[in-house]
Write a protein that binds this ligand. Structure first.
Ligand code: DC
Length: 218
């Protein structure tokens, strides 16, 4: 069973995907972590993020592993655990730019397909139902209003004691949505055969139950 969940920033994909994978049970992969890992490495190695050839070379050279440790997803780049750094503000502000680069996408999509081919999985991202696993058993597209998404991300950041003005966050999310939806290579778009769920008024467990109902019907 392969289930894809796509949707914009902070639509609840990761929380829902992780909970759904536990219930099925199936493996879970948040592909956004892989684009963040490439962004982290490019900043570390001071690669010009406008130089597509260097970004392509970097992506090919990296060993990106997503492993389960104590039930949590841990991301390692060349053996170094960088999970705690993936949501740093410099990664947040550069990741949409780097994920526009076709050669970066092709390399990561190949890796994601290889992971998907080895068994049951819930895979989360922007292009999973449209590009990575177009023959998935079930495709979900999660959406929510910009205000609700910004509020959720704001609450999450406050829990981690990171401070940011809510209105500034709304603007940042709009900018990233815009870049993700308007890029040339595999933009964020709902697959034609996706089940669209608006999560504005739903808790995570309610969304998971809706998806489980869809699995039974499919
Ligand atoms: O889901 P996220 O916020 O962690 O994703 C980070 C960025 O990676 C996002 O701006 C778009 C990009 N991304 C992508 O282009 N394709 C994916 N399958 C997953 C993420």
């Amino acid at each position: 069973m392969k289930i894809t969940i796509d949707g914009p920033v902070a639509s609840g994909k990761t929380a829902v995907g992780r909970a759904l994978a536990r219930r099925i049970p199936a493996r879970f992969l948040d592909t956004g972590m892989m684009y963040r890992a490439v962004t982290w490495a490019s900043l570390q190695q001071k690669i010009d993020i406008n130089n597509n050839a260097d970004l392509a070379k970097l992506t090919k050279s990296l060993s990106i592993e997503v492993v389960l440790e104590d039930g949590e997803q841990v991301l390692k780049v060349d053996g170094t655990d960088i999970t705690d750094e993936l949501r740093d503000s410099d990664i947040e502000s550069n990741v949409s730019k780097i994920s526009q680069v076709g050669a970066v996408r092709h390399e990561l999509v190949d890796q994601q397909r290889a992971i998907a081919s080895t068994g049951d999985i819930v895979m989360v991202g922007r292009d999973i139902g449209t590009v990575v696993i177009p023959d998935a058993d079930l495709k979900i597209y999660l959406d929510a209003s910009i205000q609700i998404r910004a509020k959720r991300r704001h609450d999450e950041m406050r829990r981690k004691r990171q401070r940011i003005d809510l209105e500034k966050l709304v603007e940042e999310i709009k900018t990233r949505d815009n870049m993700d939806s308007n890029r040339e290579d595999s933009p964020l778009v709902s697959a034609e055969d996706a089940v669209i769920i608006n999560t504005d008024r739903l808790r995570i467990d309610q969304v998971v139950n809706l998806i489980l109902e869809s699995i039974q019907k499919s």
